[in-house]
Design a protein around this ligand. Structure first.
Ligand SMILES: Nc1ncnc2c1ncn2[C@@H]1O[C@H](COP(=O)(O)OP(=O)(O)OP(=O)(O)O)[C@@H](O)[C@H]1O
Length: 342
């Protein structure tokens, strides 16, 4: 696929909901095509490799796979790799697009043998569809209801064997019967700096962008442990370098990251709003997540799925039974004196 990497726009670097069409093309072009090209997540890769190999040796469809983790860590990419590795087509949909059991029935009944069905945001699927999925996953069969009221009957419909790959940022919201029907659940972790450097070096090569090891290091350390963010920052740095004819690429990195409001820890505007709110309005907590979300005008799902995981992993916030609490590192980062705690 040929992608025009010069198609620049001013999208929010970290908001997964605001992905312009060219951003999708850009992401697509950078996606690893095989497990061996997929950087990091060593454990998950090994587990997937085993699962796919065992299925292939027994000439059966691989077990259903659930991919859980914050946005941008590679869930969609892994689903594409699974399809590639088993050599079967991939059908992609998302939970919010399945609002009725009928939507799901139509999709399931048209699957070809061995096809991979990827359902992104699977926790947002309609309840009626979820129930239909239980049977489909277990027995490759669904029951179609015909008629209404006392005369209603259900007609069983055999399905071609398929592998469901579900992705979720909120595994905890999946009902147990659904969670239990996945043969394997992969919890994707944030990437460490060295892994992100590898992601960046690979992306820079694909973009024909010559960048120094030092600049790569800085971008990696400010990418929120997330390949999607690393790739986007790289593009913004490349833009900056191009437009401003910067003296060095490290100067371009600093300037571009400042321009796009990414701070030294890689925190974006929303991360900082949440942390500042926690420190300044709630004295560092403990405070409940929904109260915190309201105070920054965001919905709690975004705070819980997108913001909080990284703040916890960065050691800036800790979760306690009484609510979220800012750590001493958070106070230091904002250079606000920590009130004395009795
Ligand atoms: N392990 C990896 N190695 C190299 N690039 C990666 C890796 N993981 C993700 N990427 C890149 O990051 C981008 C985002 O990945 P992807 O869309 O798979 O994330 P996601 O977890 O599905 O996100 P979301 O939950 O928002 O859909 C893609 O362009 C992909 O190329």
């Amino acid at each position: 696929m040929v992608t025009d990497f010069n198609d620049v726009d001013g999208e929010d670097l970290t908001n997964p909901d605001i992905i312009a069409e060219n951003e999708v093309a850009f992401e697509g072009a950078l996606r690893p095509q095989s497990l061996s090209e997929f950087v990091g997540q060593t454990k998950v890769r090994g587990q997937l490799e085993l699962l796919l190999k065992a299925a292939s040796m027994q000439s059966r469809t691989p077990d259903h796979i659930l991919l859980a983790g914050p946005p941008g860590l590679g869930k969609t990419t892994l689903s594409m790799i699974v399809a590639e590795e088993v050599g079967k087509p991939l059908r992609m949909t998302s939970g919010p697009a399945i609002q009725h059991a009928g939507d799901l029935a139509a999709m399931l009944s048209s699957l070809t043998p061995g096809e991979i069905l990827f359902v992104d945001e699977i926790h947002r699927m309609a309840r009626s569809a979820e129930e239909m999925l239980y049977l489909a996953m277990e027995d490759f069969r669904i029951d179609i209801m015909v008629g209404k009221g006392a005369g209603a009957t259900s007609i069983p419909l055999e399905l071609a064997p398929f592998t469901l790959v579900g992705a979720t940022t909120r595994a905890g919201l999946l009902p147990n019967p659904l969670r239990d029907r996945f043969g394997f659940t992969a919890h994707l972790e944030f990437y460490d700096a060295v892994e992100l450097e590898q992601v960046l070096i690979r992306a820079a090569r694909l973009m024909n962008f010559e960048i120094s090891a030092e600049a790569v290091k800085i971008i990696a350390s400010r990418s929120r442990g997330t390949p999607r963010i690393a790739n986007r920052l790289l593009r913004r740095v490349r833009d900056y370098f191009l437009v401003h004819n910067a003296v060095s690429d490290t100067a371009a990195v600093d300037a571009a990251l400042e321009l796009y409001d990414v701070d030294t820890l890689g925190l974006d505007r929303l991360d900082r709003a949440v942390l500042r709110g926690l420190l300044e309005r709630f004295g560092g907590g403990p405070v409940g997540l929904s109260t915190l979300a309201v105070s920054v005008g965001e919905d709690s799902e975004t705070i819980e799925a997108v913001v909080e995981p990284f703040l916890v992993r960065a050691g800036l916030v800790s979760r306690t039974p009484r609510g979220r609490v800012a750590t001493p590192t958070a106070w230091e980062h904002f250079e606000i004196p920590q009130p004395n705690v009795l």
